[in-house]
Design a protein around this ligand. Sequence first.
Ligand code: CU
Length: 70
Amino acid sequence: MSDIEITVIGMTCQHCVNAVTEEVSALDGVSAVEVDLDSGRVVISSHSPLTEMQLQTAIAEAGYEIQSPA
Ligand SMILES: [Cu+2]
């Protein structure tokens, strides 16, 4: 179990938060996703390690961008 923290650019409302949460939650091993709308900070709890590529793809699927890589 590990926690990964990333910063996502472009989220403006609860809908954005939901979209990011949904995409990241769908990744293998992810047990929890916590999104702070104001700071753009996303904390991901995962049972298996996630690659930067996986995260980038998930965030892009949701329509946003990672500012600082994990
Ligand atoms: Cu939104």
